[in-house]
Design a protein around this ligand. Sequence first.
Ligand code: PBG
Length: 327
Amino acid sequence: MIRPRRNRRTPAIRSMIRETALAPADFILPLFFHEDGEDTPIASMPGVTRWSLASLVREAGEAHALGIPAVVLFPKIEEAIKSPYAEESFNDGGLVPRAIRALKAAHPTLCVITDVALDPYNSDGHDGIVGRNAHGEMDILNDETVEVLCRQALCHARAGADIVAPSDMMDGRVAAIREALDDEDYTQVSILSYTAKYASAFYGPFRGALDSAPKDGDKKTYQMDPSNAREALRETLLDEAEGSDMLMVKPAGLYLDIIARVREATTLPVAAYQVSGEYLMLKSAASGGWLDERGIVLESLLAIKRAGADMILTYYAKQACEWLAER
Ligand code: PBG
């Protein structure tokens, strides 16, 4: 008789036939920080902190020591310096360039990834510049935004970023950023594009962390409709053709089908972002004592990797490494 259970009989056998395993090198840690000298707990994301610049450097060092290869930076920008054109997003003396320089000085082997989008800097809270289209309707101005994104990416490259990650979902931004970087001889700086970024309700806690929610309207004219899967493949082909080095699917846990299909459609590395709302679901189920935190977190990350992600952005990155080391 054929008995599949023989392959599950002992821990040794199970370990030999295991198809997917998590490792610290799979993780990218998103980090929030601000100009303030104090570390502030983020009310919308229990267990996550918005760091001072000094603490950001220490926290990134701790993550790197656990084996995490990369961090991605999310600044909270003071309201007073936000503007409709988001000029602060390409200020060489701004918070992000200073953070990049401090991180690279303290941890030269750490890979520093930056988010390229205008929402932390835009007084309207959108990823692009808010204007009016030819019909007089409110619109996010695509090509004007892409020009600012190029300046932002260059600013991050000058400060020493290893990878820029455009999360804005404007059309044509990957090609434009690649050209801008190459023209200034930043040929070694990679692009990790948010390829299939859905207009998700699961970003709510993140916008609370950065005070970056749109003042008016929503993001549905640039982020993707959660109903669509084929459209993710269209974005995949475009980002690949435009020269992206790595692609991202976001959110992750509810979009495993998209991760698997993007994985099939490209030979490029695929990243997936376990977003703030996913973190909050896991955290709240665990803090109520309803579910076992270690079990649900590691299983959620394993599922994302099994679906086809090479890299996982997760707020649980450090804790996952600690749990993996205990095994
Ligand atoms: C902004 C950006 C967002 C996230 C990453 N980059 C929010 C948004 O698009 O509104 C969300 C991350 C998370 O929820 O953890 N460009």
